[in-house]
Design a protein around this ligand. Structure first.
Ligand code: GDP
Ligand code: CA
Length: 338
């Protein structure tokens, strides 16, 4: 039994907790050492890396780290990102120097991760191997597969927030993180582009995880800057379209709004309505060149997605048990027994 999930950061990580719980594993930490019977199932997560950013010469991979920390049980669930029991001494000192990007807080514990990662990358290891090395400490219980080992960075084109008096108002491209965190996605996005994606190749194991899966799940992650950027790496969308496994997506939009974050601002940039139906149609039916066999939407939502089996289920990931219920529904809809 192999479950392959496409994920972003916080939403994706929460969803993976539910996958583990559904399998009868602890949501936090490694799978049980001695499975009761048969072969241990495998959970593979294809993780978005287009949010990655170089800060203070450190390579920061927010979505991979959200998965690592959350699945290990060391994340700060209240804040929603980063480590629990974090301290901020280095960030405060950097702010004292007026150092670049004060809007991106790096916790002290978190910085250790970035130091280890950056040192390994600088020594020539690809991100996929670095992620394995970090996983050896955190034991996430899930194979975390970066979508690519190549550099991909989402940039967001906005109207120049600081126009000069002379000349026509221009547009500027911001790193995704600057748009998302510094500007809280409040500047209307004219374009959202994963720079480098078109030239990137899928990370080791990514296509195989999709092709050999018993079920492929699209987590309720951001459809544009998490799932969308993964699918922008040539070969990945094709693998999803053509895998023999059923493909089930979970709507991140409930009642016309993202549960958390600014997915509405991202969807507006690509002219997709911020509704379960809008996102479902954006992914489309596999029978029609799209990605989905089935689409889970919240009980009070409505979605007509031609060619896709639309199923209503409670979709709030309030805790791993509730999320396990979503996963159970997805497997049931797909006719997959775990
Ligand atoms: P990020 O990379 O940290 O922004 O996280 P993801 O892209 O993986 O997930 C963010 C998305 O998760 C948001 O767009 C939300 O709509 C969605 N989300 C968050 N909580 C829930 C929830 O409880 N249920 C569902 N269905 N979606 C959620
Ligand atoms: Ca993200």
């Amino acid at each position: 039994m192999r479950i392959t999930v496409l994920v972003g950061g916080v939403g994706g990580a929460k969803f993976l907790l539910g996958v583990k719980q559904h399998l009868g594993w602890s949501p936090f930490g490694p799978p049980p050492a001695n499975p009761d019977a048969g072969v241990q199932p495998t959970v593979s997560a294809v993780v978005n890396t287009a949010d990655d950013i170089r800060l203070h010469n450190l390579q920061v991979c927010p979505d991979l780290d959200s998965c690592l920390y959350t699945l290990a049980g060391v994340s700060d669930l209240e804040r929603g990102w980063g480590r629990r029991d974090e301290t901020w001494t280095v960030s405060a000192e950097l702010a004292g120097y007026g150092a670049e990007a004060p809007w991106f807080s790096l916790g002290d514990r978190d910085i250790a991760t970035h130091l280890v990662r950056t040192r390994m990358l600088d020594a020539g290891y690809p991100l996929s191997l670095v992620t394995q090395a970090l996983s050896a400490r955190w034991q996430p219980g899930v194979d975390l597969l970066p979508m690519t080992d190549d550099r991909v960075e989402t940039h967001v084109v906005v109207d120049d927030p600081e126009p000069t008096d002379d000349g026509p108002a221009g547009r500027v491209a911001l790193h995704f993180q600057e748009w998302w965190i510094r500007h809280r996605a409040a500047l209307p996005a004219r374009e959202i582009t994963p720079i480098g994606a078109a030239e990137a190749t899928p990370g080791p194991g990514v296509l195989d995880a999709i092709r050999t899966a018993d079920i492929v799940l699209l987590a309720p992650s951001n459809p544009v800057v998490s799932i969308g950027t993964i699918l922008a790496v040539p070969g990945i969308a094709d693998a999803v379209r053509t895998t023999t496994a059923p493909v089930v997506g979970v709507s991140p939009i409930i009642g016309g709004a993202p549960v958390r974050g600014h997915a509405d601002a991202c969807l507006a940039a690509i002219d997709v309505p911020c509704t379960a139906e809008g996102v479902g149609r954006h992914y489309g039916a596999r029978t029609d060149g799209g990605l989905l066999d089935a689409w889970l939407i919240a009980p009070d939502d409505h979605a007509d997605v031609p060619g896709v089996d639309v199923v209503r289920a409670p979709l709030l990931m309030s805790d791993p048990a509730a999320t396990a219920g979503i996963v159970a529904t997805a497997l049931e809809v797909a006719g997959v027994r775990s």
